[in-house]
Design a protein around this ligand. Structure first.
Ligand code: 6MK
Ligand code: NI
Length: 514
């Protein structure tokens, strides 16, 4: 991406490596032993929850409205039957991995959520004034039910955070907002909370969920799940992590639905022997802390949990598998300042303002060759190519399953991107032919070299990601597509896919100057 994006990426790689080393050190320290953790069956559970996990809010299914349960559970069944859930081919520490959990993102039209180098594109939930085509009415109904759940969880979240001015209620039901139902232990010792909230980060922003990431996993179908390594909590569906790419201090609200006909838990049998492996749990621990016991909270069908305020930053969580298939709808405030369709369209407009296209003669020219303008052009070209087009097509044809919403915008972005290929070619022609003051030419060459080199590296990486053995093993409709891709002799493309030769040509132009 941009140079700052580039150095961010490097910083993240360094951080990943440090964290991995730290983690190995902890695991070595523990050795064969396991750290203690509590479940609600343990006498100390309540005290531990109150003192070390006060920002974890639990709501049992029995206090959630019955019609909401019905709608949401039907929505899950519909999305599953429609084949809307997909495993993600994520990239962690340079390794390609297929997540055991399948997912679908539903949310505000045009919104995306990026996690573990994968940008998910939201299937739009119905909003006033938006005409959205769903593949059928069941899917429309499912998305409707999930927006209802979203509204409910928004209200419950703001009720749990009483330290701010009263909330301006949007579409939510204001009649229920009268009495805050705050867990006492969340209030204690939190009087200063208010003072810490930066301007513009009001509580409503931090509960204004713009997406839900819906998960599905059937443990019977997963041949291999990792064992939880610190506490011996058993099989994990999702290993220990912090959620990424969220607005700071925003809540993650989760509705959990493990399919019923579960063997009723026998409270007496397993006392003191840890969590019941038949039941799904959420695990929590304080990041990098081996003093404080962990927490394993059982999740029965319809139970909800909330990670309030900075809980996601200070603690890590994992999902511990039970035996039944399970869905969860995880409502989030995705940090989407650079993650919406409007944003990227706006960025493309900035670049294309510099293109003078004569439709009649079929010629094109750049209006301005100032270095800052060229720099921005290179950045945005890479951003639209790698953060949008390649991310989208890497996920194969999955986005056609529920709605055609993303296809026209993606085609449009590709047209804009193709114009940028043309613009890059125009700059290249200029540096080959025009005579410039040495200083300026050097700067332009430098700027072009940097953006083309970054583009070349990223194209190689995406091509490799598409060709990895797991990528090839996926069924046809999910197979990553390396798009855009073209051959050197493609007359519709001004520049080759492989930029190696152009980059060495630039190297030579540098040498001629020095
Ligand atoms: O279903 C639940 O109760 C909890 C789900 C959950 O914790 N989801 N978290 C994420 O989707 C997530 C967000 N940002 C970064 C990572 C992840 C999860 C993750 C961790 C490790 C491998 C794959 C996915
Ligand atoms: Ni998570």
């Amino acid at each position: 991406m941009s140079m700052s994006g580039d150095s961010n990426m490097k910083r993240n790689v360094v951080k990943d490596r440090e964290n991995e080393a730290k983690k190995q050190k902890l695991l070595n320290q523990i050795g064969e032993q396991r750290l203690p953790y509590f479940t609600p069956r343990d006498a100390g559970f309540h005290q531990l929850h109150k003192t070390k996990y006060p920002k974890l809010l639990l709501k049992e299914a029995s206090i959630v409205p019955g019609d909401l349960h019905q709608g949401v559970q039907q929505a899950f069944r519909t999305l599953l039957a429609q084949g809307c859930f997909f495993q993600d081919l994520i990239r962690i520490k340079g390794k390609d991995l297929l997540t055991p959990v399948s997912r679908i993102l539903i949310g505000r039209p045009g919104c995306t959520y990026k996690y573990l180098n994968t940008r998910l594109f939201a299937v739009p939930w119905p909003t006033d004034g938006d005409e959205i085509n769903y593949c059928n009415n069941e899917v429309l109904e499912a998305c409707r039910s999930l927006t209802k759940l979203n509204d409910y969880l928004h209200v419950e979240t703001t009720r749990a955070m009483p330290h701010d001015a009263p909330e301006p209620m949007e579409s939510q039901d204001s009649s229920v907002a009268a009495k805050p139902s705050v867990p006492a232990h969340f209030v204690e010792g939190q009087e200063h909370l208010n003072a810490e909230i930066p301007d513009g980060l009001s509580l409503s922003n931090r509960a204004n969920f713009n997406v839900t990431l819906i998960n599905y996993m059937d443990p019977q179908q997963m041949t291999y799940l990792k064992e939880e390594p610190y506490f011996g909590m058993g099989k994990m569906a999702v290993s220990w992590h912090h959620d990424e790419n969220l607005v700071e201090r925003s809540t993650v609200a989760v509705y959990s639905y493990s399919c019923k006909d579960t063997l009723i838990e026998d409270l007496t049998e397993n006392v003191g022997t840890g969590r019941d492996p038949a039941i799904w749990h959420v695990g929590l621990k304080i990041a990098w802390d081996i003093e404080t016991p962990g927490l394993a909270v059982p999740l029965y069908p319809g139970d909800c949990y909330f990670m309030l305020d900075d809980l996601n930053a200070t603690h890590q969580h994992c999902v511990l598998s039970g035996v039944q298939p399970r869905f969860s709808s995880t409502h989030r405030v995705a940090e989407c300042s650079t993650g919406t369709l409007d944003y990227i369209m706006g960025r493309c407009q900035v670049v294309l303002q510099n293109l003078d296209k004569n439709v009649n003669s079929g010629t094109a020219a750049l209006k301005c060759l100032d270095v800052p303008v060229l720099k921005k052009m290179g950045e945005i070209h890479n951003e639209v190519e790698f953060e949008w087009l390649r991310q989208f097509w890497f996920q194969g044809n999955r986005y056609r399953k529920c709605t055609d919403w993303w296809h026209a915008p993606m085609a449009h972005l590709e047209d804009l991107w193709r114009d940028m290929e043309l613009m890059t070619n125009l700059v290249l022609c200029e540096v080959r032919t025009a005579t410039w003051p040495v200083e300026e030419k050097h700067e332009i060459l430098d700027c072009l070299w940097k953006s083309l080199s970054a583009r070349q590296e990223l194209r190689k990486e995406w091509k490799a990601r598409c060709r990895s053995p797991i990528a090839r093993s996926l069924p046809a409709d999910q197979k990553p597509v390396c798009h855009p891709f073209w051959r050197d002799n493609d007359p519709s493309m001004p520049l080759p896919f492989d930029l190696e030769e152009i980059i060495s040509e630039l190297d030579q132009l540098f040498q001629v100057m020095d």
